[in-house]
Design a protein around this ligand. Sequence first.
Ligand code: FE
Length: 194
Amino acid sequence: MSGDHHTDATTARRVRRLETLLEEKGLITGERLDEAIDAFLAESSPANGARVVARAWTDDAYRARLLADGTAAVQELGHMEGSYQRLRVVENTESVHNVIVCTLCSCYPLRLLGPSPSWYKSEAYRSRVVREPRAVLREFGLTLPDSVDVVVWDSSAETRYMVLPRRPQATEGLDEEELAALVTRNALIGTAPL
Ligand code: FE
């Protein structure tokens, strides 16, 4: 499979080729391109994913749209994820816990989750979370009862995932901003309780 399953070195080469081409054609300067990349990275943060989750917790219609078409629903909140084609949001429930991985490399919804943690890219996580998700989650401090099914979502060239965690109990009085502050990056990956 081609697409965005690749090594960092391949990416770097492709980007450099594209940069050179754009500059040669006079379409963009290296400086402008750097600005655009810096802006994208500066706007990439788990706070974005947290705001999406808080909206879903407080607005049932939004939640339904988010689960039906994640890409369109995050765009409603102004998040354009340039680096992937499709975002699928998977919802934790009383009986299902979701966790995301990219077994081939490190695909990840950067804009919504911020730079990926080193463990996400590690060989150990990528291989083990598929084979023994409960054991891996326990090491993250998340022990799930047998009554909860663990579903592992493997990112592909076409699709990236984000977990919609369950809304914590006793948060009825909190507004959207306060709810967003409760959401952590690892909860959006599925490796932390909330
Ligand atoms: Fe990948």
